[in-house]
Write a protein that binds this ligand. Structure first.
Ligand code: GUN
Length: 300
């Protein structure tokens, strides 16, 4: 089991130790600004967790909460203020934006040098070309876990499930740049089980509980589960969740599961659990990206 708690703790401790001398030299801490629009409860939880982690590292954390009726001018002016603010190294617009907002318009507006998510077209382009070493947080967390356990993907047949710009596309580029042979599958792909059955490694980021079943995966495959799915019925919990999560369901009325069925993990050589896997890495890599942008901007 690739333990996300262990690796994310290590990443955060490294940042904490490494940052002390750089903060002293720069005369200020790294600054992360998070813009959240509307009242999506899951987004609110994510943003709070980002703020807590940033503060714990001694970073400057600014959260700008805007109502879903915020005007285009107002949101634009918030982003341009942050672009100019010398104490802000990383800017993140929490996604999804409420219905009706032109997401790319605002992501394009973020100064690419402060784009901590790396979703700006300039940065996504650099990732494809292998011309940057700062990556979107979730795929970066996956690679960091592989590195921690010395898993070399060179020549490995990797199937990436999902083609979002948040995970699937940058993940596929990063694995390709590491000499993996990558197949991307998505909602229109035919015969996904056939494609999965030939995979040495599967990275799943589709948000479908237990989608990858044990009979679809090869013995000894590396299984990386990026999905974080909440299930609210006992039937679903019993069908898709680990025994620990089924217990949690009995107490709390909900449980969490990934895209990969727990039975499939039994056939793997390495796997990331849900919860306790890639999810914990995402916030840790966000802090790592913030620190890297700080170092770039302060010339460290
Ligand atoms: N919503 C879900 N994942 C992400 C992410 O990685 N970045 C941002 N900004 N919003 C998200």
């Amino acid at each position: 089991m690739l333990d996300g708690k262990m690796v994310s703790t290590k990443v955060l401790e490294n940042i904490k130790n490494e940052s002390v001398s750089f903060i002293e030299k720069a005369g200020r801490p790294p600054g992360l600004a998070v813009v959240i629009v509307g009242d999506d409860p899951a987004s609110a939880i994510y943003v709070r967790s980002k703020e807590r982690k940033a503060k714990k590292l001694g970073f400057r954390s600014e959260v700008i909460s805007l109502g879903s009726s915020v005007s285009d001018e107002e949101l634009t002016s918030v982003i341009s203020r942050l672009n100019k603010d010398n104490n802000t190294d990383g800017i993140l617009v929490q996604l999804p934006l409420p219905d009706g907002f032109d997401t790319w318009k605002y992501l394009d507006m973020i100064d690419p040098q402060k784009d901590v998510d790396r979703f700006h077209p300039v940065n996504l382009g650099k990732i494809m070309l292998g011309r940057t070493n700062i990556y979107p947080c979730t795929p970066s967390g996956v690679v960091r876990m592989l590195d921690e356990f010395n898993i070399d993907v060179s020549g490995v047949n990797c199937v990436v499930l999902g083609r979002s710009y948040i995970v699937g596309k940058p993940m596929a580029s990063m694995l390709t740049n590491r000499n993996a042979t990558v197949t991307i599958c998505h909602s229109r792909t035919k015969n996904i089980p056939d494609i999965l059955s030939g995979a040495d490694m599967i990275v799943s980021a589709i948000g479908s509980p237990g989608f990858v079943k044990a009979d679809m995966v090869k013995d000894g495959a590396i299984l990386i589960d990026v999905g974080i799915n909440r299930v609210d019925t006992r039937e679903e919990a019993e069908e898709f969740c680990t025994p620990q999560e089924i217990e949690k369901f009995k107490k709390k009325g909900y449980a969490i599961t990934g895209d990969i069925h727990p039975e499939a993990f039994k056939k793997s050589s390495f796997y990331t659990p849900v919860p306790g896997g890639v999810g914990l890495m995402t916030v840790a890599m966000l802090m790592d990206n913030t620190f890297r942008l700080f170092m770039e901007r302060t010339g460290s």
